[in-house]
Structure formats: structure tokens, C-alpha cells
Ligand binder design. Structure first.
Ligand code: PBG
Length: 332
């Protein structure tokens, strides 16, 4: 690109001199419409517990969910993502609890669609919250078996759609799962149910606090590197995203977020589908703890979220969603 102009005629500081002018020329502004709030659900009644590795985040029993959902509604956050903390006794090798129409996720979807129909619901399709080994698929002969797993994921996705889930989000990284899910949804007349594919999901160290939150950390004895992507690679994302779009993905997700902004921007430039980013638990806890210790100012939250928009994401899944929405409302 040719540089136009020169000092002293050109002074770039001229456009930065006052707040109103900076606002006027700003390119990326965060609104509540850009946010998705993940919510953790636990079993039992009348309980809200804290999560040690994720300060400020809680797990809710179904009867307590309205407390957080009312806030989501008031602050007009378009969608929530549900994650279950499954009791140990319900976990097995094939994650069969995923197919129980009365599991925590199914109950959560039904509650939202009945009492808060204006809130969009997104659900993970993957077996890790339900397996005794914490992996996203079934283990057969000591391997995560791709083709056996997608047979279960297909059923899990259909069940979620039947409960009223609006956005089915496979986060398992098995090959071919988007295709089978789109097929089963269409066959059952769920042609309007969206697929948000975690097309690009790296085997990341930044998922630690989440695994604590859903109770898979202590179960997981081996890494997820045989199915999640190698963080040394980036050209592979074109195949991952391309295949998922071909198989029927409506939206694609990049995960983790902040340390993969290069990937978001590459995808946005090369594909014309909406791209979303997941600011994952490790990123959340790093920023949150630094704010608590007064090492960072609260405004770092909006700065971090804005970087996703600059990179090309249309929305961000973030544990900060409510904090941000409150802040936006206050400043309007
Ligand atoms: C599981 C899943 C993970 C996250 C979302 N869905 C963790 C994993 O793959 O181990 C991570 C979210 C976060 O860290 O906030 N399929």
C-alpha cells in the first residue's frame, strides 16, 4: 500500500484529539448483539456454586437458572451456550447420558424455550461431559473411534433439536460429523436449526478452567491431540472450514480466541460465512485474575473483545458477556 501524505500537512493525531471524534471514526464497536454467554448447569436443587478456577462464574441447578437468564434477557444478549456438570455416577465409556432426554442440557433447553423464548440456545455436541474418561468420543481399542462416535453425536444433536435447541454446535472435532448432523436434522424436519461448527478447535492448554467447571479435568488422562488441531499449524484450517461448510455448517467457530486472531482473520478473508470466536476459560481467568489483583484495568475486557471484531468475528462467546453488556448499558 502506498503511503499518502506527509508531515507537517498530514497529522494523524488530528483525528484523535477528542472523544466525540474518536467515536465518530471508530471502526469496531461492541454491542450486546456481539455476545454469547456460556452457562454451566449442575444437578440437584436450589444450589449455585462457584468454580475455583473461574472467579465470578457459577454453576446453577435448573431451578436457579432463571436468575442468570433474567439478566441475559434484560441486557438483550442474543444467545446462551449451555454446558453440563454431570455427576460421576452418570458417566460411562460411551457417554450414554448424552442421549438421556432428561439430562441437564435437555432440561435447560426446555426451561429456556418455555420461560425465555426470546433467548437463543446453543448446545455443544460432544461427549466429554458424559464420558468416564473425559474424551469427546468413544474409546475403542484404546483409540477415540471417529465413526462410532459420530453415530452417537448424530443422536445427541437430534435430541437437542427435539428439545428446542436453536443452534447445534459440534465441538468434538470428529471428521464428518457436520454432514451426518445436517442430514439427520433435515430428515426430521429441523431444517431451520442452525449448525455452528467448531471447525477450528486447537488442542489448547487454555481449556483448563473449563474442564474444571464441567468436571472432566480429573478424568482426562491423555491429551486430545489425536482429534483437536496442532497449534503449530494454520494452513490446515482451510480444509477444516471448507469441509464443514460443504457438509452444511452455517457458522464456523475458532477456538481458542485471543491467541488465534491470525486464524480468524484468515478464515474471514477466504470464506463468506459468519465466523465466531470463543474467548475460552483460560483467557477469561487470566484477565479476570489480573483485574482482581489490580494488574489490569476493567477496560481490558472490552479491548480484548474488540480485537476479535477487528480480526473479523461477528460474535464472541465469552464468560465476560454479562459484564460487558452491563458496561455498554451504563455508557449509553
Ligand atoms: C468440549 C469443550 C471444551 C470447551 C468447550 N467445549 C473443552 C475441551 O475440548 O476440552 C472449552 C471451553 C473453554 O475453555 O472455555 N468439547
Amino acid at each position: 500500500m502506498k503511503i499518502i501524505g506527509s508531515f507537517p500537512k498530514t497529522r494523524l493525531r488530528r483525528l484523535r484529539k477528542s472523544g466525540w471524534l474518536r467515536n465518530l471514526i471508530s471502526e469496531n464497536n461492541i454491542s450486546q448483539n456481539d455476545l454469547v454467554l456460556p452457562i454451566f448447569i449442575r444437578d440437584g436443587r436450589n444450589k449455585i456454586d462457584t468454580i475455583k478456577s473461574m472467579p465470578g462464574i457459577r454453576r446453577y441447578t435448573i431451578d436457579k437458572l432463571p436468575i442468570i437468564l433474567k439478566q441475559v434477557k434484560n441486557f438483550k444478549i442474543p444467545m446462551v451456550a449451555l454446558f453440563p456438570y454431570t455427576p460421576n455416577k452418570k458417566k460411562d465409556n460411551s457417554g450414554s447420558e448424552a442421549l438421556n432426554p432428561n439430562n441437564l442440557i435437555c432440561k435447560g433447553i426446555r426451561l429456556i424455550k418455555k420461560k425465555f423464548p426470546e433467548i437463543g440456545v446453543m448446545c455443544d455436541v460432544a461427549l466429554d461431559p458424559y464420558t468416564s474418561h473425559g474424551h469427546d468420543g468413544v474409546i475403542i481399542n484404546k483409540k477415540i473411534d471417529n465413526d462410532e462416535t459420530i453415530k452417537i453425536l448424530e443422536k445427541q444433536a437430534l435430541l437437542q433439536a427435539q428439545m428446542g435447541c436453536d443452534v447445534i454446535a459440534p465441538s468434538d472435532m470428529m471428521d464428518g460429523r457436520v454432514g451426518v448432523i445436517r442430514k439427520i436434522l433435515d430428515k426430521n424436519n429441523f431444517t431451520d436449526v442452525c449448525i455452528l461448527s467448531y471447525a477450528v478447535k486447537y488442542a489448547s492448554n487454555f481449556y483448563g478452567p473449563f474442564r474444571d467447571a464441567v468436571g472432566t479435568k480429573s478424568k482426562l488422562k491423555t491429551s486430545k491431540k489425536t482429534y483437536q488441531m496442532d497449534f503449530r499449524n494454520s494452513s490446515e484450517v482451510f480444509r477444516e472450514v471448507g469441509l464443514d461448510i460443504k457438509e452444511g455448517a452455517d457458522i464456523v467457530m475458532v477456538k481458542p480466541g485471543l491467541i488465534y486472531l491470525d486464524i480468524i482473520s484468515k478464515i474471514k478473508k477466504n470464506f463468506n460465512v459468519p465466523v465466531m470466536a470463543y474467548q475460552v476459560s483460560g483467557e477469561y481467568s487470566l484477565i479476570k485474575n489480573a483485574i482482581k489483583k489490580k494488574l489490569l484495568d476493567e477496560s481490558s475486557i472490552i479491548e480484548s473483545i474488540t480485537s476479535f471484531k477487528r480480526a473479523g468475528a461477528c460474535a464472541i462467546v465469552t464468560y465476560f458477556a454479562l459484564d460487558i453488556a452491563k458496561k455498554i448499558k451504563l455508557s449509553n
